[in-house]
Design a binder for this molecule. Structure first.
Ligand code: APR
Length: 246
């Protein structure tokens, strides 16, 4: 896949009638949140098993020690970077219809995006595994683990663990958008995790153009990507926005 340029990306966006963004951990790296894979990735430091449902249920207290370190010690400290802000601007200007994100960091919403589909749930809430009650993560005391509900049940983060199903509403909306989209802007994902990674592929099969922004090639780059911007999201998106304003 040859590396494209900002002009081509802007042209594709101008031509599109129904564009959606599909984002992964890479879009939040410039906000200070490490990605999962690649150098310095979280799965090099932690065993991804800590996020499997069976490990969590087997010993919630033990699983919570790493979950707190990975997802909650920095929770609320990261803020949206220029990439999140441009995507919010594009939704506002009617350029994109939605952001389908694999991320659980709420940064798209904090940047002002409204139509955000959280395919893997969110860090912002926790749910009691006994009574199902939802709690805002900001109101949960994480000094003694595992955190518990007023009913005494253990709280689980409201994001999708390995071996866990995708929230039905997010699943349905995402694949509906994938079938309707004539342009998918893929930003910052290896494309390694299913079923999320099918979303751009379904769109492609329905005739969509695929624009990808990633400083490293992903599983999409030499398979379905039509326009590849080999650049960090925080730099490429403002450059495309500048090109659109010309
Ligand atoms: N701008 C754009 N992309 C970037 C940047 C950046 N500044 N920095 C890194 N990237 C790219 C990397 O090149 C890589 O392709 O972001 C991608 C991050 O890949 P992963 O860490 O695998 O993240 P993601 O694809 O979102 O993982 C999918 O895996 O562990 C699960 O549930 C978790 O949602 C996550 C899923």
């Amino acid at each position: 896949m040859a590396v494209s340029n900002i002009k081509e990306a802007a042209e594709a966006i101008k031509r599109s009638k129904f564009a959606v963004a599909f984002t992964g951990a890479g879009v939040s790296v410039e906000s200070g949140i490490p990605a999962f894979r690649g150098e310095g990735g979280l799965w090099q430091k932690y065993d991804s098993n800590v996020l499997s449902l069976s490990t969590f249920y087997r010993n919630p207290a033990k699983a919570w020690v790493d979950i707190k370190k990975i997802f909650y010690d920095f929770f609320g400290q990261a803020s949206p970077n220029p990439a999140h802000k441009v995507l919010a601007q594009w939704e506002n200007n009617g350029i994109i219809h939605a952001v389908i994100t694999q991320n659980i960091d709420n940064l798209h919403q904090e940047a002002g995006s409204k139509q955000v589909i959280e395919f893997h749930g969110t860090c912002s809430n926790m749910v009691c595994i006994s009574c199902g009650k939802k709690h805002r993560s900001s109101s949960v005391n994480l000094n003694d683990l595992p955190p518990r509900c007023s009913c005494g049940g253990v709280l689980k983060p409201d994001f999708v663990f390995f071996e866990e199903g995708i929230p039905e509403d997010a699943y349905k909306k995402s694949f509906d958008f994938a079938e309707k989209a004539d342009l998918v802007v893929i930003i910052g994902t290896t494309g390694e995790v299913s079923p999320a990674n099918y979303i751009p592929q379904i769109a492609k099969r329905h005739g969509a153009t695929i624009l990808e922004i990633n400083p490293k090639p992903s599983l999409y780059t030499s398979s379905i990507t039509d326009i590849y911007i080999c650049e960090k999201a925080g730099k490429a998106l403002p450059e495309i926005q500048k090109e659109l304003e010309l």
